[in-house]
Design a binder for this molecule. Structure first.
Ligand code: 13P
Length: 288
């Protein structure tokens, strides 16, 4: 079975992107997996620090690994936006397939220092166990919080400078970079800014590593396709999943107020997430 590293390489070669979707519960996990399996494409499930503390670190690893091994299917687990070395190290130890150290708010020097620490630790584990953990880091600030926002938050959307990105990758040895190229985290009511595809192209060329687009919720289809053909290999979506889940759940509770069976109440929420993930995966994998 292909590793995540191999799947990312293949996505790059085919000019498609792997979808990365966050989970807070088992319902979202099954919905994401069902959608990916239907289309037969690799998929990444992510947990932020908050999601991880709710789902459980070891539980998330066991869940993803059990399905991957049972079905021989390329589904992977990512530690999304972890804010310090200790949190990243714990996920590497637990068996995550990839980790993201998010030092975007730090100074360049501090971001380099901690990112390098994460990379060195991941490599030392690989030497000892032959378990390969991909390390991603962020440069440029795209805001935080997968929720609904009225406007783009102050300070978010600071674009990554290609020369600085090159230096950052050289100094840290990361496997993948999350640059700031126009998107911001969350669903912005007043509309998201556009993705700067030329900037994506330039950063990809200068850094030589696969690029990851964060803040996917609310972007126009054309922004995704331009970003992917310009060098994005993974796209992250979270807020749209949360909205699909909550809307599905609210409708379910309103439609059947006397229902008490949890899996029956949750089914419409799961279906809503599955539908949303399937449509994004089709787009990212050039299937429409
Ligand atoms: P959105 O919440 O904007 O989809 O961003 C998700 C994300 O980038 C998670 O890493």
């Amino acid at each position: 079975m292909k590793t995540l590293r191999e799947c990312v390489k293949e996505a790059e070669e085919n000019k498609v992107a792997i979808g990365h979707f966050n989970i807070s519960n088992l319902e979202a996990f099954h919905a994401i997996y069902n959608a990916a399996k239907k289309l037969n494409v690799p998929v990444i499930v992510g947990v932020s620090e908050g999601e991880e503390s709710f789902v459980g670190k070891e539980e998330a690893v066991a869940l993803v690994r059990s399905i991957r091994e049972r079905d021989n299917y390329p589904i992977f687990l990512n530690a999304d936006h972890h804010s310090n070395f200790e949190a990243v190290r714990a996920c590497i130890d637990a068996g995550f397939d990839s980790v993201i150290f998010d030092g975007a708010k730090l100074s360049f020097e501090e971001n380099v220092k901690i990112t390098k620490e994460c990379v060195d630790y991941a490599r030392s584990v690989t030497r000892k166990t032959s378990r390969d953990t991909i390390v991603e880091a962020e440069l440029g600030y795209i805001g935080s919080g997968s929720n609904i926002k009225d406007t783009i938050p102050e300070g978010a959307g600071i674009l990554t400078k290609p020369e600085e990105a090159k230096k950052f990758v050289e100094m840290t040895g990361i496997d993948m970079l999350a640059p700031s190229v126009g998107s911001v985290h969350g669903l912005i009511k007043s509309g998201k800014p556009h993705i700067d595809a030329e900037l994506v192209k330039e950063i990809r060329k200068k850094t030589g590593v696969p690029l990851v687009l964060h803040g996917g919720s609310g972007l126009r289809d054309v922004d995704f396709t331009n970003a992917i053909t310009s060098g994005i290999s993974i796209v992250h979506i979270n807020t749209e999943i949360r909205i699909a889940y909550v809307e599905g759940l609210k409708k379910s509770l309103a439609d059947k107020p006397d229902e008490v069976v949890p899996y029956k109440i949750s089914a419409p929420a799961m279906n809503a997430v599955e539908e949303m993930v399937e449509s994004r995966l089709k787009l990212f994998n050039n299937m429409e």
